[in-house]
Design a protein around this ligand. Structure first.
Ligand SMILES: [Mg+2]
Length: 371
């Protein structure tokens, strides 16, 4: 598509959504050419309950996808090569990616390591052409980092995100405001953020499958059926999304969890708790600002996949307290433990008063315009 209204209307927002293609796998293929062209994935060991994090497109042909048990992925594709994670490498690439984004705008909202929204409405580069900026970003990522990113451009976050997914991998899709309605027409409702499996089933029962199916329904009727979310359905189906790109993301929890090699009882799991407690301390120390805790929690997933979380209010973290929570949680079901997690909830950062005020402003804007 060519530069259109996205680039020419002065008051129109210009949002780019960038998303690296099969990020972890792409990094591994970059560093080991023998992995290119064959089905490969980054993930945990199949014999130790590992899970696939990312796989390349050759593996996707076999039905392999992220979050799949590695053992099952191997069944689908016996020749699949599974490489263990190398997080330090991915973090470095993610940092390089972000630095490239910041060359065009300060308004970068990272969604994950390899994905971000950029608001380039006020950007001076390329005379403010979002399309040319996105092209330049894609070119630079490929030459400087050695991986590809797909990008979507539109006048709001929702449409930009759908657009970046449109022509994956290594694609660029521009959706001009006048084309939004047609672009979304056949989009499955599950692509609307917040529509999970449950909501999708509910909508299906009402014969709502695509965004177009929402259009004839009255807004009040949608609100009556779905509460606040009905309002979102109404607007998103029309490609209307007023959420701003918010560069400050307040971190609310820090947590660490571990799936165990085999299901164990709490006495045996104390050792694991010690390990993840140390990891948690390490992560907390790595936070850029001085946060106050409000709560500590322990999360347990039992052998039958049922879950429980126990938490208490604290202002100082200590191991004994976490141990108590572990036993409290276990008492609820008294079944062997499959996964153990531990984390803290943080209080808003009072030390960064300006940042905090700004964050509140963003939150208010978001809520009042979208929901
Ligand atoms: Mg990605």
């Amino acid at each position: 598509m060519v530069d259109g209204m996205v680039d020419s209307l002065p008051n129109m927002r210009k949002i780019i959504h960038c998303d690296a293609d099969c990020f972890f796998a792409a990094i591994e293929m970059r560093d080991d050419p023998s992995l290119r062209g064959i089905p490969m994935a980054v993930g945990g060991n199949p014999s130790r309950r590992g899970v696939i994090s990312t796989c390349n497109y050759e593996a996707r042909v076999f039905g392999v996808h992220s979050a799949l048990a590695s053992a099952y992925a191997k069944k689908l594709c016996p020749q699949l090569v599974i490489i263990p994670h190398n997080m330090a490498k991915y973090r470095l690439a993610a940092q390089q990616l972000k630095e490239i984004f910041y060359d065009y705008t300060e308004l970068v909202e990272p969604l994950s390591l390899d994905e971000a929204f950029l608001d380039v409405s006020s950007s001076q580069d390329y005379r403010g052409s979002a399309t040319l900026i996105a092209k330049d970003i894609r070119r630079r990522v490929e030459s400087e980092i050695g991986i590809t990113v797909s990008a979507g451009i539109s006048s709001n976050k929702f449409v930009a995100k759908v657009a970046s997914d449109w022509d994956k991998p290594n694609g660029l899709t521009v959706v001009e405001p006048s084309k939004i309605k047609g672009f979304l027409h056949q989009l499955p409702v599950k692509c609307i953020p917040g529509v999970g499996k449950k909501m999708q089933a509910t909508l299906q029962n009402l014969d709502i499958h695509q965004c177009a199916d929402i259009l004839p329904i009255d807004k009040l009727e949608l609100i009556r059926q779905f509460g606040k979310f009905g309002n979102r359905l109404y607007h998103f189906a029309r490609g209307e999304d007023a959420r701003v790109v918010s560069p400050i993301r307040e971190r609310k929890t820090v947590s660490v969890e571990q799936t165990l090699d085999q299901d164990i009882l709490p006495k045996e799991s104390e050792k694991v708790l010690t390990v993840i407690y140390q990891k948690l301390l390490h992560r907390i120390n790595g936070l850029s600002t001085n946060k106050q805790f409000s709560k500590v929690f322990v999360k347990i997933k039992f052998g039958d996949f049922s879950k429980t979380t126990v938490e208490i209010t604290i202002n100082k973290l200590d191991f004994e307290c976490c141990k108590k929570l572990l036993y409290q949680g276990w008492e609820r079901q008294k079944k062997p433990i499959r996964l153990l997690g531990i984390g803290v909830r943080l209080q808003p950062d009072m030390g960064l008063e300006d940042g905090y005020r700004q964050l509140n402003l963003f939150t208010t804007v978001k809520e009042s315009l979208v929901l």
